[in-house]
Design a protein around this ligand. Structure first.
Ligand code: THU
Length: 167
């Protein structure tokens, strides 16, 4: 038996002043997008904004449902919209943020497991890493370059390829 370690890396920013301009623009778009969230159940309004290599910005917000699992996170709304509209363009970055009228979100909003899996598939399709910028209403901002920093040992399309059993 061996115990192995995996290292992940994230950047931590106290304010958005030290972020690159394109990150700040993307955060602003995500903040705007969360105003269109439909989150009557959680009261946790999330906005996500995607930057494509064709310069386009596509945003999404979480859309909840009385049948809870039927709702969708802001990240997947934005990513699926972007890939539906521009299937061949590369996604360079995604910014995620959240706000609530009823509680304070003072930590960076990190994507849920299902959204991480979707980001992983987009990276595989485009063979390029995605920069992920995570912010709360206030507090630190985290940035990772590539989903492997949020989803080590991820399940990938190549895991589906079965090797033939030898006779
Ligand atoms: N949510 C997102 O939209 N993105 C995240 O990264 C975390 C969770 C949504 C799902 C649900 O509508 C609400 O936030 C509470 O989980």
């Amino acid at each position: 038996m061996k115990v192995r370690n995996i290292q992940i890396q994230y950047e931590e920013y106290q304010t958005d002043e030290n972020l690159r301009e394109s990150d700040r623009v993307l955060i602003k778009k995500a903040e705007k997008a969360l105003c269109n969230a439909y989150a009557p159940y959680s009261e946790f309004k999330v906005g996500a904004s995607v930057l494509l290599n064709n310069g386009k910005l596509i945003s999404g917000s979480n859309q909840e449902n009385a049948a809870y699992p039927s709702g969708l996170c802001a990240e997947r709304v934005a990513l699926f919209h972007a890939k539906s509209k521009y299937p061949d363009s590369v996604i360079d970055a995604i910014a995620i943020t959240a706000s609530s009228d009823n509680f304070d979100i003072n930590h960076p909003v990190t994507p849920c497991g299902a959204c991480r899996q979707v980001i992983a598939e987009v990276e595989s399709r485009q063979n390029r890493e995605i920069r992920i910028i995570m912010k709360g209403q206030r507090g630190d901002i985290y940035v990772v370059n590539g989903i492997s920093n949020l989803l080590p040992l991820m399940f990938k399309e190549e895991n589906l390829k079965r090797s033939k059993t030898k006779k």
